[in-house]
Design a protein around this ligand. Structure first.
Ligand code: ADP
Length: 395
């Protein structure tokens, strides 16, 4: 069965058509500037990218162009819509309603809408994508895979904030965690790769990309993760602050004459390694700048590594030990020097890294030496494939 995987943002839409049996990507692409003007990038497997400007007033037109491209007589990869067996949608926030992926029903859509408050930038866009697909592909099953679902196994001591309990009861203020599809995929794959039972292993996954989070996976279940009610908590990220003293918000609001929206904008978009360095949120730029002697770029890299190492240490404590530490996503898969900086803090766990192995980029590899007490690995994430697998499993 071919599964169309859709990741819908407010003005963009990423897609991949995956043959679920061979797990081959048949075609992939991106619709951008939806609601502004519109551009479709389409790439059939093994061919060049094609970019075309197309008017996309709404997501419905965008998805229509995706279907047209996939079924096009010349450049398409399937004959007609009948060859697309299902659609798998990435949905950011499932709140406490969803611990698993589900087939879309009117009740499911209502429950996703109820989480709009918790992810105002993402959930409404995700729903629009689902409804556009329902309209254009009636009869094709739609499945939703939640970023939060994998973390629903966290125990209450991990997900409760030290806030008045009534905020949890009234507004469901608690920690949810994100990147669940990636943490689940990568931790499972690490166990397969090592030939150990997933249900009897302690793994810490470091998903380090534009947005970054760490997850403690014990016996196949997420028991803690660094993002919280929203993806702002935890690590220092590209432009997000991660954990700060909450009192900073009032302090800076007064000094800089900012309202709460202004402060949130600073914490989400002007902080992180970009805010620290004043250079960039991209780790390639930061590394270049640091090598050229830029001290703030060097500081940003040091702060990033230190925060990751602190989370790894706290999750080793939470699980009373750790068997595997896995690096994934853009930075985790590609940035050897950053992996080495993080691992330098972890000598007390008996971790030793093979410098040669740590040169790897974007492929599965063991970085630890044979006598290291903990396996350290790179496992590339593949959220689209994980969504396609979930979709097929559900159907
Ligand atoms: P997203 O969260 O947007 O999916 P990615 O997982 O693609 O992000 O990660 C993007 C980040 O990965 C970039 O900002 C960049 O800092 C980092 N990155 C990608 N390739 C490299 C590389 N070769 N060396 C260092 N960092 C890299």
């Amino acid at each position: 069965m071919n599964v169309l995987v859709i990741n819908c943002g407010s003005s963009s839409l990423k897609f991949q058509l995956i043959d679920a049996k061979s797990e081959e990507v048949l075609a992939k692409g991106l619709c951008e500037r939806i609601g502004i003007d519109g551009r479709l990038t389409y790439q059939p497997e093994g061919q060049e990218k094609q970019k075309t400007d197309k008017p996309m007033p709404t997501h419905t037109e965008a998805i229509q162009y995706v279907i047209d491209a996939l079924t096009d007589a010349e450049n398409g990869v399937v004959k007609d819509l009948g060859e697309i067996g299902a659609v798998g949608h990435r949905v950011v926030h499932g709140g406490e309603n969803f611990a698993q992926s589900v087939i879309v029903t009117p009740e499911v859509k209502k429950a996703i809408e109820e989480c709009n408050d918790l992810a105002p930038l993402h959930n409404p866009a995700n729903l629009i994508g689902i409804e556009a697909c329902e309209k254009l592909m009636p009869g094709t099953p739609q499945v939703v895979v939640f970023d939060t679902a994998f973390h629903q196994t966290m125990p209450e001591q991990a997900y409760m904030y030290g806030l008045p309990y009534e905020y949890y009861e009234k507004y469901k203020v608690r920690r949810y965690g994100f990147h669940g599809t990636s943490h689940s995929f990568v931790s499972k794959r690490a166990a397969e790769y090592l030939g150990v039972p997933y249900e009897a292993t302690k793994t810490i996954v470091c998903h380090l990309g534009n947005g970054s989070s760490v997850c403690a996976v014990m016996n196949g279940k997420s028991v803690d993760t660094s993002m919280g009610l929203t993806p702002l908590e935890g690590l220092v990220m590209g432009t997000r602050s991660g954990d700060i003293d909450p009192a900073i918000m009032e302090f800076i609001a007064k000094k800089e004459d900012l309202d709460i929206a202004g402060i949130m904008n600073v914490l989400n978009k002007k902080s992180g390694v970009e805010g620290l360095s004043g250079v960039s949120s991209d780790f390639r730029d930061l590394t270049d700048a640091a090598e050229a002697g830029n001290e703030r770029a060097e500081l940003a890299l040091k702060v990033f590594a230190y925060r990751v190492a602190k989370y790894v240490g706290s999750y080793a404590a939470a699980m009373n030990g750790v068997d595997n530490i896995v690096f994934t996503a853009g930075i985790g898969e590609n940035d050897g020097p950053m992996r080495a900086s993080i691992c330098e803090y972890l000598g007390y766990l008996g971790i030793q890294i093979d410098e040669e192995a740590n040169k790897v980029r974007g492929e599965e590899k063991t970085l630890s030496t044979p006598d290291s007490k903990v396996n350290v690995l790179v496992i590339p994430t593949n959220e689209e494939l994980a969504i396609a697998r979930e979709t097929v499993a559900l159907l």
